[in-house]
Structure formats: C-alpha cells, structure tokens
Design a protein around this ligand. Structure first.
Ligand SMILES: [Zn+2]
Length: 282
C-alpha cells in the first residue's frame, strides 16, 4: 500500500472509531430517547485536529480549523510559525478538505521550503538582543545567573550557566525578563507623559499582535520585542499606552502616539518589514 493510501485507511478507521464511540455513549445511557440527543452526540464526535499531506515522500501535518465565517476552504503556511493551516467553512466535510489539501501538495512543499530558517536557543546560536546580534555561550554547567558580556574576540554574548538541557529555557526566560524590564520602564515613561495609569502589564509569546490594550487598561506585549532595535519596543509601548486615551486607531489616536513618540512611523515601518523575522527565534 502506498503511504497516502495507508494514511487514508488509517483515517477511515479513526472516523469509524469516532462513530462507534458515539453509539457506545448512546447505548450506555438508558435515559436516552429522542432524536435531538442523537444529533448532539453525533456532532460531538471528535474531528481530527490535523490531516496529513504527503508530497514527494515527505509528510506535512496540516492543522484543521473550522470557522463559521469562512466562505471557502483556504490553505496557508504561516511565515511566523511554519504551521500549515487549512480553514474550513462549517458545512465542508473532511474528505473534501483532505482532497483539497492533497491537490496542493506541491504548493505546500514549495512554501515550507521557502520558510526562514528557525534559530533554536542553543550554544553557538546568534540571537539579536535590542537589535544587536549576541552569541549564546554555555558558560558553565553550574547553576547561575544569565548575563550579557563580551567574548575575547569582541562578540557580544549571552552567557548561560546551567545544565546543557536547560540552556534554551534559560535564554528564553532571560529574554522575557529583559523584555518585561524594558517595557515596564517605557510604559511608565509614556503613561506619565500622558497622565494615565495602566492597570497591569503582561509579557507573552503573542503571535498575531505585538501588543494590545484592553478596555480595562491591561497592556500585553510580545517578549520578542526585546529582539528588535530599542526604538521598536519603545514605540510599541507608546502605541499601547496611547490606547489608554483612545481605544481605536482614529486620527485622534495617531495624534496621541505622535505626541508620545515623534517619528513613530520609522519603528512602525520596521515592524511591518521585519516583524515576522522575530518569530524565527527560540
Ligand atoms: Zn493599536
């Protein structure tokens, strides 16, 4: 059996099992009587979160997302995460979706091949910190603080002291802490200038947005801003603080941003141009 046929047979067995599970639940419930329950139970049969597309001997996992608002099947490869995502309208059956994905195998392979190379946080890797390339140096296996220093050859380094398996985690924690520290200072400065007080500041690995401001005045930022040149992080802090005064992107909002950060257009353009590159790291 070819790998593709083998996979389809496996998927068919998976669905059969899901249907059987539904039947089993029904027969186990003596109180059950009525068509409505059947419909509900059938609908709750789990749908696989992924399908697989095989092209030129390589398997590509494709995430399946159902969207009530989707008008047609769409396929995309995220340049930020490398994830292949198939979006389906509510009524489209999975077999149709699988055929659609299969017919785009070459397209998927080409897009994946063009993705920017990921840089894992491991010894020797070069990672930007405040826009300056730093090499990760596994300084010692004894547990100690992560520090920024300069190697004898003049290269800036992030020196990590911990067991080898924890290097990646330590670098990530360090960068997140640096991001929180810079963002806290920048937010305090801009909020002071604007005469507003944010409620809370959180730093996360947000994928779709670099920052956000809730109606309650909570600010949220991506830790990856610490990788960008400092003016980019500073501008994002000003942008979100400006939302404390204007919860929109109106002309009035942009005037507030310009008041807090004159020349904000340059860092804004930098993010549009280079933002996705920041997702390569870690
Ligand atoms: Zn905004």
């Amino acid at each position: 059996m070819s790998p593709a046929r083998h996979l389809r047979a496996w998927l068919a067995r998976l669905f059969a099992a899901a249907r059987r599970t539904g039947t089993l639940t029904r027969s186990r419930s003596p109180a059950y009587n009525g068509g409505m329950r059947v419909a509900l139970l059938r609908r709750s049969a789990p749908e696989p979160t992924h399908v697989t597309v095989i092209h030129a001997g390589t398997c590509y996992p494709v995430a399946v997302r159902r969207r009530a608002a989707a008008r047609r099947i769409t396929l995309r490869v995220s340049s930020a995460t490398g994830e292949i995502v198939l979006t389906l309208p509510e009524g489209t059956d999975l077999a149709t979706a699988q055929r659609f994905a299969d017919s785009h195998g070459a397209w998927i392979a080409a897009r994946v091949a063009k993705l920017p190379q990921r840089v894992a946080f491991e010894p020797g890797a070069v990672v930007p910190l405040r826009g300056v390339p730093h090499r990760i140096l596994h300084w010692s296996t004894a547990s100690g603080a992560t520090t920024v220093t300069t190697a004898p050859d003049g290269t800036p380094v992030i020196a990590v002291s911990c067991g080898r398996p924890h290097v990646g985690r330590r670098v990530r924690d360090f960068l997140e802490a640096e991001a929180r520290s810079d963002l806290t200072a920048a937010v305090a400065r801009h909020a002071g200038a604007l005469g507003r007080t944010p409620r809370r500041l959180t730093v996360r690995d947000t994928r779709s947005r670099w920052g956000s401001c809730s109606a309650a005045g909570q600010l949220n930022f991506s830790w990856r801003l610490i990788l960008a040149p400092p003016e980019v992080l500073d501008y994002l802090a000003a942008h979100e603080v400006a939302h404390l005064a204007e919860m929109n992107h109106s002309d009035r909002f942009w005037r507030v941003v310009a008041g807090l950060y004159p020349g904000y257009e340059a860092p804004e353009a930098w993010l549009k141009r280079h933002g996705t590159e920041l997702h390569r790291y870690g």
